[in-house]
Design a protein around this ligand. Structure first.
Ligand SMILES: Cc1ncc(COP(=O)(O)O)c(C=O)c1O
Length: 391
């Protein structure tokens, strides 16, 4: 076979999506800024996910920022338990709101924090557990959910890489106090840039709506909240009461139209991606590569390739071969691997040593992800496995 064209991400925005935008733009004086289409998408998303409320934002990172700001407002500042394998904004949002990140190593089989280690890391100062479902795998267990519930510690789920994944048949993102999604171009569903915060908690919904929009009280849909602020701030113009120090993380109508279009295809696409992952893991040499990922309920948009044993020589050979074959990859899995090695964390006092977290260290050095999209032909996946097995 000649050199493959296998980019990390494939254009997930179809002609139909673009036509929907064009139809909207051709209407008489279409509203472009945040408006009814955003609300329509939020309701459709809540319905799909199985939660009561959703707030669309301009990125998954904004979703992270908002939940951490809301946590600070509602529960005060303290410790937040996070994984070292996640995206930068998960930890940045914790640090930037004055919380202390407390790190817990991952479970190699689902790449999320070891649930029993999370429970061990809880202290009286713990304000939340901020769990990332990495690359489509389910990161929660019944034990974790019930333990956190019993201790009244909010679970925040980062589902940015795992739209449609489930635990016991229930969608991830419907377990936590809050859940955050990204609709960046490469993800299961894309609005070009975009994100969502979803919740069943009406108080959180109310505050997230205000925080998304400069902390403005007029964004609240709760008449009691509005009345309270109006009554106690009679010196202020009711349109300009800023309850919290925030900024603007709103989406536009155009992004929401894309989301509405894409939502109709999401489940079918996820089925195809899951089948691709199954072929990939079933055909890799299990002596050399990790193939025992917990795929039950997973919804994956990238193949996870992890060496079973540390081997720098093999690692370099694999990277050279992938490059030569035109297969794009990222080493370190989610977010470039162990965040504790990153300068933004190393500059902070009290950051633990990266090497302590051995499971993350392993995927940091010996793990990659490769693009997995619905239209990937199975022959290409077989070819990739064959090639990797022969290196
Ligand atoms: C796990 C995770 N969280 C958060 C984000 C941030 O999302 P965004 O790129 O939309 O800001 C990403 C990005 O892809 C991610 O992978």
């Amino acid at each position: 076979m000649s050199k493959l064209t296998w980019p990390l991400m494939h254009n997930n925005i179809t002609r139909e999506d673009l036509d929907a935008l064009i139809r909207y733009l051709a209407t008489d004086s279409p509203k472009l800024t945040h408006g009814p289409k955003v609300l329509e998408f939020e309701m459709a998303w809540s319905n799909w996910l199985g939660v009561k409320y959703s707030v669309m934002v301009n990125s998954g990172s904004s979703a992270n920022d908002l939940t951490m700001m809301a946590l600070r407002e509602l529960c005060g500042v303290g410790e937040v338990i996070v994984p070292p394998l996640t995206w930068v904004s998960d930890i940045a949002s914790v640090v930037n709101t004055g919380h202390k990140p407390v790190f817990v190593d991952i479970n190699p089989r689902n790449l999320a924090m070891q649930n029993f280690e999370v429970i061990k890391a809880i202290t009286p100062k713990t304000k939340a557990v901020f769990l990332t479902h990495v690359l489509g795998y389910n990161g929660i267990s019944d034990d974790l959910v019930s333990e956190l519930k019993a201790r009244e510690i909010p679970l925040i789920e980062d589902v940015c890489e795992s739209h449609g994944a489930t635990h016991n048949g229930q969608k991830l993102g419907s377990f936590g106090w809050a859940s955050n999604f990204s609709f960046y171009y490469a993800h299961h569903l894309t609005t070009i840039e975009g994100g969502m915060v979803s919740t069943n908690d009406s108080e959180l919904y109310d505050i997230i709506r205000m925080l998304r929009s400069h902390g403005m009280v007029r964004e609240s849909l709760n008449t009691e909240t509005t009345r309270r602020y109006l009554d106690s701030h009679k010196d202020l113009n009711p349109n300009f009461i800023f309850a919290f120090p925030s900024h603007n993380m709103r989406s536009t109508e155009l992004n929401a139209i894309l989301g509405l279009e894409q939502l109709g295809r999401l489940d079918n696409n996820n089925v195809k991606r899951s089948e691709n992952l199954r072929i990939f893991l079933n055909n890799l040499d299990s002596e050399r590569y990790q193939t025992d990922f917990e795929i039950k309920g997973s919804s994956n948009y990238a193949f996870t390739l992890v060496l079973k044993c540390p081997d720098m020589f093999l690692r370099d050979k694999i990277e050279k071969k992938l490059k030569d074959e035109g297969i794009e990859f990222r080493r370190g899995l989610s977010g470039g691997g162990n965040q504790l090695r990153q300068p933004y964390l190393r500059r902070l006092p009290d950051t633990p040593q990266a090497e302590i977290f051995q499971n993350v260290e392993h995927v940091h050095h010996y793990g990659w992800y490769i693009g997995n999209y619905p239209e990937l032909p199975s022959e290409k996946i077989y070819y990739l496995c064959e090639m990797l097995n022969q290196i």
